[in-house]
Ligand binder design. Structure first.
Ligand SMILES: *Cc1c(COP(=O)(O)O)cnc(C)c1O
Length: 349
């Protein structure tokens, strides 16, 4: 008997290339799109190690835990790093980025997270992009959590390295990701003696042995299941229409925010301004004395299938996440999440 996961035809180079082209269309980009065979941390780290070195001066914007990680990688590469940290309940502004660039004219690399699922905020990349381009710095963007939930437009925004993953709003598998790379970014990597080569982290390997070689022979055996999963989720987004998918995420987030305020009981949106709130996940703050992880545990006891989680690390006691990933971004799921949170928040008698 054939098994649906195991007895698959080999995935050809042409098929692999066609999935890359489909991802490029989703991002409306003419840049090279490299699909990476691993969770999004692979291209996120590969792009920094490829583009940054001891000669780099970076502005690293921190609006959540991923920004902190990027700063660590940049320092590890020998870069001089200026951190621009904003409170996790807000977003960075283009003016703040512009001021930081003016203060340190030698900055030639900017790293930014678009939306942070971990904190629930989203940054105005359409406004920040032109400021970075005007300064001339290379622009690195983590769009893992935003892609599928809101527009991600590397070409229009002047993003040089744009990393996406399939497992959040795209509703796809976690084991595959992609990065779009501008000509400027390839040139920066080619000139970087420390850029990884003959390494799983190397984007230049893919440039030289895959893209420049006409995409006819893969570097190693493709992660077939994940590639098919990625293809299927892009297909599903195309079928529904990207605008409709994004509108569904925006309504789910808006409904969660409005519903939580209507519930009462002290729960409130974690991100202060609705315009700074990400459509991929709505974060909530528990009132003093109410432990978020315990509240989520009780809510999940009512319905373990709900997309609820407590915040990570130090946020576990005070933050609840309502994830709007893929098919979960709809009014029915939001209502069930709010009902479960309400029931969990009621004092037990
Ligand atoms: C989810 C996410 C990633 C991917 O990391 P995992 O925690 O392994 O899923 C990267 N960047 C951002 C901003 C994310 O939200």
């Amino acid at each position: 008997m054939t098994h649906p996961f195991l007895d698959l035809e080999p995935l050809s180079a042409a098929h692999f290339a066609s999935i890359e082209d489909r991802v490029a269309r989703l991002l409306s980009t003419r840049q090279d799109v490299v699909i990476t065979q691993g969770e999004a941390l692979l291209p996120l780290e590969g792009a920094i190690r490829g583009a940054a070195g001891p000669g780099t001066t970076a502005l690293n914007v921190i609006t959540g835990p991923y920004g902190q990680t990027f700063g660590d990688w940049l320092r590890d590469c020998g870069a001089t790093v200026y951190d621009l940290a904003v409170p996790f309940h807000a977003a960075v502004t283009a003016a703040q980025v512009g001021e930081a660039l003016a203060e340190h004219p030698e900055i030639d690399f900017v790293s930014l997270v678009h939306a942070e699922a971990a904190t629930g905020n989203t940054n105005p990349v359409a406004e920040i992009g032109p400021v970075v381009r005007e300064h001339g710095a290379l622009f690195y963007l983590d769009a893992v959590a935003s892609v599928g939930a809101e527009p991600v437009l590397p070409d229009a925004w002047g993003v040089d390295l744009c990393v996406i993953g399939a497992q959040k709003a795209m509703g796809g598998p976690a084991g595959v990701s992609a990065v779009s790379v501008s000509e400027r970014a390839w040139a920066r990597m080619a000139a970087n003696p420390n850029a990884p080569r003959r390494s799983y982290l190397s984007l230049l390997d893919w440039k030289e042995r895959w893209i420049d070689a006409g995409r006819t022979a893969l570097l190693h055996a493709p992660a077939q299941l994940e590639m098919l999963g990625l293809e299927a989720c892009v297909e599903r987004i195309e079928a529904e229409g990207p605008a409709a998918v994004m509108a569904r995420h925006a309504s789910a987030a808006a409904a969660t925010r409005a519903g939580v305020l209507a519930l009462g009981g002290g729960l409130e949106p974690y991100v202060h301004e609705a315009s700074d709130a990400a459509p991929v996940a709505t974060t909530l703050r528990t009132p003093p004395g109410v432990d978020a992880a315990r509240l989520v545990g009780r809510a999940l006891a009512f319905d373990p299938s709900l997309p609820l989680a407590a915040g990570g690390g130090a946020l576990a006691s005070s933050m609840i996440r309502v994830n709007h990933y893929g098919a979960a971004a709809n009014a029915v799921v939001v209502e069930r999440c709010l009902t479960a949170l309400r029931a969990a928040a009621l004092p037990t008698v």
